[in-house]
Design a protein around this ligand. Sequence first.
Ligand SMILES: *Cc1c(COP(=O)(O)O)cnc(C)c1O
Length: 425
Amino acid sequence: MNYQNTLAFAQEQDQQDSLHHFRERFYFPQVNKQDAIYFCGNSLGLQPKSAQMYIDNEMYKWANMAVEGHFKGDEPWVNYHTLLAGGAARVVGAKENEVVIMNQLTVNLHLMLVSFYRPEGKRFKIITEGGAFPSDQYALETQTRFHGYNPDEAVIELFPREGEHTLRTEDILQSIKQHSEELALVMMGGINYYTGQVFDMDAITKAGHEAGALVGFDLAHAAGNIPLQLHDWDVDFAVWCTYKYLNSGPGGTSGVYVHERFANDNSIPRFAGWWGHDAKERFQMKKGFRPMEGAPGWQLSNGQILPMAVHRASLELVDEAGGMEALRAKSEKLTGYLEYLINDVHVGKDVLEMITPSDPQARGCQISLLVKQNSRLLFDKLMEAGIIVDYREPNVIRVAPTPLYNSFEEVYRFSEILHECLEAH
Ligand SMILES: *Cc1c(COP(=O)(O)O)cnc(C)c1O
């Protein structure tokens, strides 16, 4: 695409953008009495205006029906998770029965590791990306310890080559092959939270399976950001949160995907609860756990209706916008424009380094800027000027324009302000 560094060009792109009006469906935080330029949807997505109504609806049912709300009315709470399955399945490229919305991300990661990290004999190692989000690191560390291993030995972390910021796919695949005798699991982010690098989940899954290991992904930064094909890629399991690109509120609910080949496999170890028990006899309070078919069989507790109601509002917006393919088409242009403008802000050349891959296929919405001097100061100046981005120690500013509520004009204004800040830097 031929980009131009002018306001008129940015405005023209917005006019041609069929998703532009979706920004009116969200609340924007206010800075200096105006809408902030919000490029932080990779951390906490904005509130859809419709979310309040979806919550009010459930509050009304609770007020007026109380316990009867579980079973009566059009949408009884006992089945509320099924209202989310279709939308969630479309977001991650799965069949409906392969997904369930429940709990929170790290909890779900542990539940999946209980089922799919099954070390045996020589096969006890896990391959993961070095510098993964800390919660994922701690989960792998404590899970391997739980099985009696030393995490330093059991967890193999992959790091970029000397002088590079991101992992090469060939190196990931090579490493999986090299450790194939001792590998129990490949478990990585779908997108690295720090660099914004998209991993080749299809190729990694194939390599993992060839090595005789199971393969799972943490899609915290991928779900709602890029199109996914978990089922077709043959991924074994995945987890994601819903409060980042899926705009479902702070600490919101989370998603789990389990490939259908495990749908009726009752031999898999799991930590069970009554909500995962065969729905037909759940309320008979019988002894002996018999899981529901598919991902819902991993549920523990009765559904958290209020966070799920917000998620429902949000998933409906994704569908209304035309799904992940439509969002992705805009996102590539929007992030491409951001990249172009940052490169064009010439004074920044020796202060900023983009550590996100420049190949659009290897990144989503986010561009991570490594700031070589006074990084915190630059971040503070941007925030004062009404731009909400985020800062990750030791020196990275992450900028994430999202296709559902950000505009080309905002990207342009951001680059103007960045330019001003850098001139004074
Ligand atoms: C955001 C994020 C988390 C956060 O975990 P919660 O359980 O939702 O607090 C974990 N892992 C990754 C990769 C993340 O990006």
